[in-house]
Design a protein around this ligand. Structure first.
Ligand SMILES: *Cc1c(COP(=O)(O)O)cnc(C)c1O
Length: 405
């Protein structure tokens, strides 16, 4: 496969919008404009010696698609450029990426520290799976900077945070925790799915590892599952890759191709997602049926100051594409509003071109007791809205009608 004229050295100097269209692209000898799809599990070698040198790592080249494949490589290279990371491994889902990011280096006797609010499956890994292997954990209210310092233990090997968090969009100060991790010798892993690398760059703020579900905004049209882990070359190549290669959470080349092609429009889409979300958040905040709105770019957000510094799009503070809000009438009002919407779909997915709404208390967070739900802000009337690419005025009118009914 012939490399493009655009070498990684050149591509690193481009701005994100150019990297997303031109970075990590390779052309075969047929000179196709759109990247080819390499639906192959294996690769052939001209000579036995070539196979030998690829297996022992002396010669570059592909050996098996569970390890890496041209489509996976293109996606990894493009994500590295966007994130400003040394290395990346893509996987079959966001959860495969989260699990491998931790399990590849944790061992019995280690301790994990995490913010108490996180995506349900991340919570399950830390509180149900890791303890079976002798890995203990502590969950803290991480939105309060003072809570972190005392929660570190001598054996704390890793800190896991999601910011903004699901579903109430709490914002955690990444730089502050990165500093604590450095002084305690722990790795900081940031689940950056809600903000995306276009709005928030955890590695620049001192995090060690960033994880994504490409299923969300990166695919952007709700077609594929995928995940990615980014970090420095030593961690990815020496720690994560051996775990990944031998346990097999591989991404399909076809899905990698879809995600890679979607990244061409990623920045354009995020710009619209975020502008629409901003408009919806302000509309909902002014609506009499709404008790409160959680959106990081609203001054009423409890972590507005950290959010404005940490989340930006092209230099300007940006609240992202998700809006959470509480209706005054509780669960009944929430269900009534959902059922009354004509445009917005009821779905627990997010980051889609279509606007999607979910009632966390009865779906994504229904495994948490009502007392716990109350503690982390999941009121019976809470709705989480993933704002899509439709005309924002149509979305506002959809809510206007649904909230009146
Ligand atoms: C969706 C999501 C995940 C899991 O990703 P999958 O691709 O569904 O496996 C993890 N964390 C957050 C914050 C998510 O939104």
């Amino acid at each position: 496969m012939k490399r493009n004229r655009n070498t990684p050295e050149i591509a690193r100097k481009w701005r994100p919008d150019t990297q997303l269209v031109r970075g990590g692209t390779y052309r075969s000898e047929t000179g196709e404009t759109s990247e080819a799809i390499y639906l192959t599990s294996g690769f052939c070698y001209d000579e036995a010696e070539t196979a030998e040198s690829r297996f022992n790592g002396v010669a570059p080249g592909y050996v098996y698609s569970r390890y890496v494949n041209p489509n996976l490589k293109m996606l990894q290279d493009r994500l590295c450029l966007l994130e400003g990371a040394e290395a990346c491994t893509v996987m079959g889902s966001g959860m495969a990426a989260v699990f491998a990011s931790m399990m590849s280096f944790l061992k019995a006797g280690d301790h994990v520290l995490a913010h108490r609010v996180m995506f349900g499956s991340c919570h399950y890994i830390i509180t149900q799976i890791l303890p079976r292997f002798g890995i203990t954990y502590t969950l803290v209210d991480g939105t309060e900077p003072a809570n972190w310092e005392g929660a570190f233990e001598k054996n704390t090997a890793c800190v896991f945070i999601e910011t903004p968090s699901n579903p109430c969009l709490e914002v955690i100060d990444i730089s502050h925790i990165a500093g604590l991790c450095r002084s305690h010798g722990a790795k900081l892993i940031v689940d950056n799915i809600f903000a995306t690398p276009l709005l928030q760059k955890p590695l620049e703020m001192g995090a060690d590892i960033v994880v994504y579900s490409t299923t969300k905004h990166m695919d952007g049209q709700g077609r594929t599952l995928g995940g990615a882990v980014l970090g420095n070359r030593d961690y990815i190549e020496e720690t994560l890759l051996p775990f990944h290669r031998h346990t097999g959470p591989a991404l399909s080349p076809f899905n990698a191709w879809i995600i890679h092609k979607s990244l061409e429009t990623f920045s354009l889409r995020m710009e619209r997602h975020c502008a629409n979300a901003d408009k919806l958040a302000r509309f909902l905040e002014a609506h009499p049926a709404v008790e409160r709105v959680f959106f990081p770019a609203l001054e009423s957000h409890p972590h507005y100051v950290v959010a404005s510094r940490q989340m930006t799009y092209k230099g300007k503070p940006c609240g992202g594409s998700l809006v959470a809000f509480v209706l005054k009438g509780g669960k009944e009002a929430a269900f009534g509003a959902m059922n009354g919407l004509h445009i917005v779909d009821i779905s627990n997915n997010l980051g889609d071109a279509k606007s999607l709404i979910t009632h966390p208390a009865s779906t994504t967070h229904s495994n948490i007791s009502p007392e716990e739900q109350a503690k982390i802000g999941i009121a019976p009337g809470l709705l989480r809205l993933s704002v899509g690419l439709e005309d924002a005025d149509d979305l506002c009118e959809d809510f206007e009608r649904a909230l009146a009914g």
